[in-house]
Design a protein around this ligand. Structure first.
Ligand code: PLP
Ligand code: MN
Length: 343
């Protein structure tokens, strides 16, 4: 993990962008601080509830990358902002912008909140269409409790594109949408200081695109088999889920471990046992999984098996803490402090 952090900083720092890692991966203020100590400028979180826990733990230089919509959440945002003025938010609608402005205007807080326009650069998940960005900026400029500081355009659909050249070409096309929209806003008088984007699969392409000021990679710190298969082995798989062989049932070429769907998500394929070539994992419901092989040595009852997750973010969200070990010795235990904070 430490080497992954060093490698990321070594790769991106010379490219003169700010590195604001996405903390949706680690969900830990302790790890957020380690990233800042290594050179990051604050962090991103996905959700308001994550930001609340991070800020309470003393880490509040945060961009919340999902829109905050609806009266309950907007009220909570205002209460968070009251004591944590560095918080930045994204908006992709007049509806969302007006609601935050209105709640702030009646809060007694005089400082405006820093806002980025969320732009759709091809993912079609959130974000205003490029042709509508100027109108949204003009609308925001009429809301006195919002201060427009930048634009976010996350190209999540490109992170796992296999083949570096293809991924780079598609990323550069998305970045052209983002930087040209930023230019249009600037030409119309908007002070766009932050242009933020990028994940583990694309950060170096984003960082070398003129006009991008900040990147948001998250998964690089632990990686997972799906990412590793797509982007190669620059970062190593530093997190595993430790399981135990609890039964031998039904076949000589199979054992059952105590890790099923509650331990290892399957949206990006099945996990892989570490350093066990020829052995495959199949989930067997909530609590169990099979390890099977055609030939090779037996796996004994009681054996501890390290499982490499296929998708790191939902995996972390299933576990209470990290056991940070070096050379076989646990050095520290870090809580997954924002576990379950998905609201
Ligand atoms: N930025 C945003 C808005 C994201 O949603 C994500 C992940 O989904 C990231 C950055 C981090 O990307 P990755 O985990 O691929 O490094
Ligand atoms: Mn993910």
């Amino acid at each position: 993990m430490e080497e992954n952090i060093r490698k990321l900083m070594g790769l991106l720092k010379p490219m003169k962008v700010n590195i604001r890692p996405h903390l949706k991966t680690t969900k830990s203020p302790i790890l957020a601080q380690k990233l800042v100590d290594a050179g990051a400028t604050g962090g991103c979180v996905a959700k308001l509830s994550e930001a609340e826990v991070m800020a309470e733990a003393g880490f509040d230089d945060l961009l919340i990358t999902c829109e905050i919509v609806g009266p309950v959440k907007v009220r909570r945002l205002v209460e968070l902002f009251r004591n944590h003025r560095k918080i930045q938010i994204v908006v992709d609608s007049e509806f969302g912008a007006v609601a935050v402005n209105k709640a702030l205007s009646s809060s007694g807080i005089e400082q405006p909140i820093q806002v980025l326009i969320d732009l759709d650069v091809g993912l079609h998940r959130t974000g205003v269409a490029p042709e509508s960005a100027l109108a949204l900026a003009q609308h925001i400029s009429r809301l006195s409790y919002l201060k427009l500081i930048g634009i976010q355009g996350y190209e999540g659909h490109l992170q796992h594109v296999h083949g570096r050249e293809t991924r780079e070409a598609q990323c550069r096309a998305s970045m052209a949408i983002l930087t040209s929209t930023a230019s249009i806003l600037r030409k119309n008088g908007f002070d766009i200081q932050v242009v933020t984007t990028g994940g583990t699969g694309t950060a170096e392409f984003c960082a070398t695109t003129p006009g991008i000021t900040e990147v948001q990679p998250g998964s690089f710190i632990f990686m997972d088999s799906d990412y590793y298969n797509a982007v190669g082995g620059y970062f190593s798989q530093s997190l595993t889920v430790l399981s135990t062989v609890i039964s031998k049932s039904g076949s000589e070429h199979r054992v059952t471990i105590d890790a099923g769907l509650k331990s290892l998500p399957t949206d990006s394929g099945f996990s892989e046992p570490k350093n066990m070539p020829g052995v495959t994992y199949t989930p067997m419901g909530d609590e169990h999984g099979w390890l099977s092989w055609d030939d090779g040595p037996d796996v004994p009852l009681g054996a501890r098996v390290e499982m490499i997750p296929s998708h790191i973010d939902p995996t972390v969200n299933l576990h209470d803490c990290y056991y940070a070990h070096r050379k076989g010795v646990i050095e520290e235990i870090w809580p997954v402090a924002t576990r379950g904070k998905v609201q």
